[in-house]
Design a protein around this ligand. Structure first.
Ligand code: ATP
Ligand code: MG
Length: 350
């Protein structure tokens, strides 16, 4: 097992971490990590502006890598490999991180590991919980993705479900925007929902009851907009009712996925930014227990984008001998399951 420098820059966090693959616990595996959020830069626009994001990564990343190595008490020559997100994501930002990693790899004569950002999320529960074994059923819920996958091993993914329109994190962010809660929206919606009545506002549960475990959130978002425009509901009630409707959808869809998944899953696992949501975690604990499985979720700080998960994916890939040439390309799109067929209705925005 190896010492890996991990770099993440696919969206609006710049992050670097040193991960020790020999560590037996989360605390000893993360030797050092730093993260710089660009929330302030994007807040006036109510969402991430790709050009601003890329420039901010350029400014922050070089000094951050030096700082995280100093935190770890290491020189660049001490790490075994350099792992960086190579996609999917905002291409300008991905290129900043990947080019930086290539330059470091070339300068220090170290191997490069090009990491799929989604694989970072998908394997992050194994960083946090060393007892988690393959295969497991993964609910990946983030700002850009909403999928259920069988994870059979590194690079071995079978997608059972995906969203036909919005991602779950996107639905939280849009609800936050409708309610004037600002950006980023998920945590703000969760906070406000605690003060509201989840039954106050009747909202749809798109696709609930359908036989395939896919997701749809566009109709829910439109219903939230209409509820706000009606002017009769308290914002906290709208937030609580939205969160309840969204979680009902997730639980129903995941239940179907559990019923069609290959036998032998060791756990139900949730990862990605929305996995930080305490109400979601609570609902999934009960669902997993119904199926005799543990629910494994990384600590909330490892759910949203970070470099520790990229470094950990680097540890797992490097251990299998998977390194990449210095001309490896940055990829704006990079599905985990390259064989998954497009879903009927996908891309049709409500
Ligand atoms: N407590 C929370 N409750 C609900 N949503 C949350 C919470 N915390 C974060 N989120 C949502 O998680 C998303 C960010 O997750 P993440 O950083 O993994 O996404 P991303 O990197 O932008 O997307 P992707 O990983 O798909 O490329 C945002 O949509 C945010 O609103
Ligand atoms: Mg992410």
């Amino acid at each position: 097992m190896a010492l890996i420098l991990g770099i993440e820059s696919s969206c609006d966090e710049t992050a670097a971490a040193v991960i020790d693959g020999n560590g037996a616990t989360l605390a000893t595996r993360i030797v050092a990590q730093r993260i710089a959020s660009q929330d302030e830069a994007h807040r006036p626009y109510g969402g991430v502006v790709p050009e601003i994001a890329a420039r901010a990564h350029v400014e922050v990343l070089g000094p951050m890598v030096e700082a995280v190595l100093a935190d770890a008490g290491l020189a660049l020559g001490d790490v075994d490999a350099i792992a960086a997100t190579a996609g999917p994501g905002l291409i300008g930002g991905v290129m900043v991180g990947l080019v930086t990693a290539k330059a470091l790899a070339m300068a220090a004569d170290k191997p490069l590991v090009a990491v799929n950002h989604l694989e970072g999320h998908a394997l992050s529960p194994r960083l946090a919980d060393p007892s988690l074994c393959y295969p497991y059923l993964l609910l990946l819920v983030s700002g850009g993705h909403c999928q259920i996958l069988e994870v059979a091993g590194v690079g071995q993914y079978r997608r059972l479900a995906t969203t036909i329109d919005d991602a779950l994190g996107e639905a939280f962010d849009k609800t936050a925007k409708i309610l004037g809660l600002g950006y980023p929206g998920g945590p703000a919606v969760e906070r406000l929902a605690r003060e509201g009545n989840p039954k106050a506002v009747p909202l749809p549960r798109p696709l609930v009851g359908s036989g395939e475990p896919h997701f749809s959130f566009a109709g829910l978002k439109s219903a939230v907009m209409r509820a706000k425009d009606a002017g009769v509901h308290a914002d906290a009630d709208i937030a609580a009712s939205f969160q309840q409707a969204a979680l009902d959808c997730v639980v129903d869809r995941t239940r179907i996925a559990l019923s069609v998944a290959a036998p032998g899953m060791t756990a139900l696992v949730v990862a990605g930014g929305v996995a930080a949501n305490a109400a979601l975690r609570g609902a999934l604990v009960a669902l997993a227990a119904d199926h005799g499985l543990p629910l494994v979720a990384p600590p909330p700080k490892l759910c949203t984008d970070n470099a520790a998960m990229i470094g950990w994916a680097g540890v797992e890939r490097f251990a299998l001998g998977y390194t990449d040439p210095l001309d490896v390309a940055a990829r704006p799109r990079w599905p985990l399951d390259e064989n998954a067929a497009p879903v009927r209705g996908a891309g049709v925005k409500a």
